[in-house]
Design a protein around this ligand. Sequence first.
Ligand code: GUN
Length: 285
Amino acid sequence: MKAERIDGKRISDEIKDEVALAVESLQQQGITPCLAVVLVGNDPASAVYVRNKKKASERVGILSRTYELEEDTEEDELLHLIEQLNLDKGVHGILVQLPLPSHIDEEKVIFAIDPQKDVDCFHPLNVGMLQTGRKGFLPCTPAGVLALIERSGYTVEGKECVVIGRSHNVGKPTAMLLLQKNATVTICHSKTQNLKEVCKRADILVSAVGKIHTVTADMVKEGAVVIDVGMNRNAEGKLCGDVDFEEVGEVAAAVSPVPGGVGLMTVAMLMENCVTAAKLQHGIL
Ligand code: GUN
């Protein structure tokens, strides 16, 4: 592989170090940011993500509280917990780990979170704030994608960026962030007819599909930067992304690996949002 392997570990560590300094400075003002993480049910992947969020919080000096609820928890009970956390002045950020069990309405739950505590940036008010270019929370994974690109020394302004995937939580907001950085942005999805040709135009190609072998070497322009947001398991149960890492690395200038890429960044950006939340609630932003 000729391409640079984008180092999510190094970059996420760098961001966490910066967050730790910001937390220290808040503590000198008598404020310790606190994140409440709510996990409903027994999804093993979600349990790992929640553990990683807790570990990252400890590392940067953010307090964390984890609420683990049974799989058969009633929607009303979850909404009641969120209401309590909304009112709790000691809690700055609220994160409800997704996916939720199918009997719970995810949209209702997201709407219930106080927008000032919405560190995922999933609440429609915060989505609208982002869309209209206002200050506030940045969605964690999209912000992580952007940080990987920029902190690896690549600029976005004026570039052809192609995002594959149009999910509410990743594809769409990633495209929006790239647009705000003055990129020319195209979003591809399952109905796109000439995926290969469109992707081949990209100076920066982001894949957020969740399917192995989505991006192959013949879809990538020579010298492109490729960011892999996929989190998949291959036939052997090994974690892998959407991008054929080795082959694409023969064509691209830089590729982000899975694991070791975007996943680590999501957690680092969440820590940043917890600091933003504490500042917002104390009127210092
Ligand atoms: N499930 C997978 N990724 C995420 C995330 O970033 N936030 C939440 N709340 N749930 C998730």
